[in-house]
Design a protein around this ligand. Structure first.
Ligand code: EPS
Length: 386
């Protein structure tokens, strides 16, 4: 499976082409739209999310609700584009017409300056429009289709926010608690006890013109062992997941299982001892490694955490330099979110779904969904006999 997205944040629409989804798979459009709504939520979002009502439009690759095996084309309209018709027009404009909202004071931490250098843009809006996290909506559409495919193999993904700013939920949760409570509140913490405190922090940060980052977590339940491989660097499941997560805007690090905490532990504390019984085959009592050994899933739930830096668009702008005059200035003010960590946790969940689907489709190559389910389930049964 492969996909590409196109679209500027305030352009007419986001377009995605997904190739390689097996044929005869029922596409649940309501579920895709529900995932889009989940991504649009979260305390700390700016005014833009009041304008957008993300709903997917399928224009190719699906007939009577079933995938054809041909490329699937998916569109999301940017409702805000109606306010940007002249500024973001794809068509030539009159030489005398003034282009409004040009940007020439790059925001530190954004793609603005280096993107301008790379593509020789003198209006940094040409960079900002594509580097905006608006594009992650298109990825959620792809990830939602992947989640539907994975569910047919009894693989389920959940996500939560672990930390926003300095407020961290240190509690341990069961897979059932992830499943039942992941959308419990608008900060996507698994417990309501943090809501008031986090709301206050986001409110104060917004008042100060500042922004907040945090840590998100994705848990995958129901995976069989052996997905991914130790035999080649580019077949390692953890490397592939990390690649997909690090492509999310503002994400700066990924860890698996006990992650960076492993530096403080002895080897005997980090590895998960192996048990065997006839009913469940090989299994573990612990999951320090987060369900991955030797670049392969080991049958335990995947536990993946990732850190998002605070959003670099600040209402209290940092020092910058005007690319035209070369004079020092404060970076340009742009509307933004003060905290997008809850939304980012949804994007992360969907990027993990994409990473798993890519690897599973490569390993269990099947043109049709029922063949895929059969191949996968046959292997799942065989593993129990190992
Ligand atoms: C973003 C800035 C804001 C966010 C946007 C990401 O958009 P705007 O510039 O229109 O106010 O709302 O996120 C989305 C549009 C979205 O769908 O998540 C940025 O600069 O990255």
């Amino acid at each position: 499976m492969r996909f590409l997205t196109a679209g500027e944040s305030h352009g007419p629409k986001l377009t995605t082409i997904v190739d390689g989804i097996p044929s005869n798979m029922k596409i649940n459009i309501d579920q895709i739209n529900e995932e889009l709504t989940r991504r649009q939520g979260g305390y700390g979002r700016g005014r833009r999310m009041k304008i957008e009502k993300d709903k997917v439009n399928i224009t190719a690759g699906v007939r009577f609700g079933l995938t054809l095996g041909s490329p699937i084309c998916l569109e999301l309209i940017n409702d805000d584009h109606t306010h940007w018709l002249k500024i973001m027009s794809p068509y030539e404009i009159d030489d005398n017409e003034e282009v409004k909202r040009q940007i020439h004071k790059p925001r530190p931490g954004h793609a603005d300056l280096v993107g301008g250098m790379k593509y020789n843009h003198r209006d940094l809006r040409n960079v900002l429009e594509r580097s905006s996290a608006r594009e992650t909506a298109a990825r959620v559409v792809v990830g939602a289709i992947c989640k539907q495919l994975l569910a047919k193999l009894d693989i389920h993904l959940y996500s939560r926010v672990v930390q926003i700013g300095k407020i961290k939920d240190e509690n341990k949760y069961t897979v059932e608690e992830y499943r039942d409570n992941q959308d419990l509140n608008d900060i996507r913490f698994l417990s309501d006890q943090y809501v008031e405190e986090v709301h206050q922090l986001i409110d104060e940060t917004k008042k100060n013109g500042d922004s907040l980052g945090g840590i998100v977590e994705v848990v995958v339940d129901g995976l069989i062992p052996t997905i991914g491989s130790y035999t080649q660097f580019d077949k390692k499941m953890d490397a592939h997941i990390a690649d997909r997560i690090m492509s999310i805007n503002a994400f700066k690090g990924v860890e698996f299982g006990d992650g960076f905490e492993m530096a403080n532990m002895f080897g005997s504390e980090v590895q998960d001892p192996i048990n065997y019984n006839k009913e469940n085959g090989f299994n573990r009592d612990t999951n320090h490694l987060g369900g991955l050994e030797g670049g392969m899933t080991n049958g335990m739930p995947l536990v993946i955490r990732a850190v998002m830096k605070p959003i670099p668009t600040l209402y209290k702008p940092l020092n910058s330099v005007d690319i035209h005059t070369k004079e020092p200035y404060k970076a340009q003010l742009e509307r933004s979110d003060s905290c997008a960590v809850p939304a980012a946790s949804i994007v992360c969940e969907h990027m993990v779904a994409i990473a798993l689907t890519e690897m599973i489709l490569e390993e269990f190559q099947s043109n049709e969904i029922n063949q895929l389910i059969d191949n996968y389930n046959r292997f799942k049964e065989w593993i129990k006999t190992y």
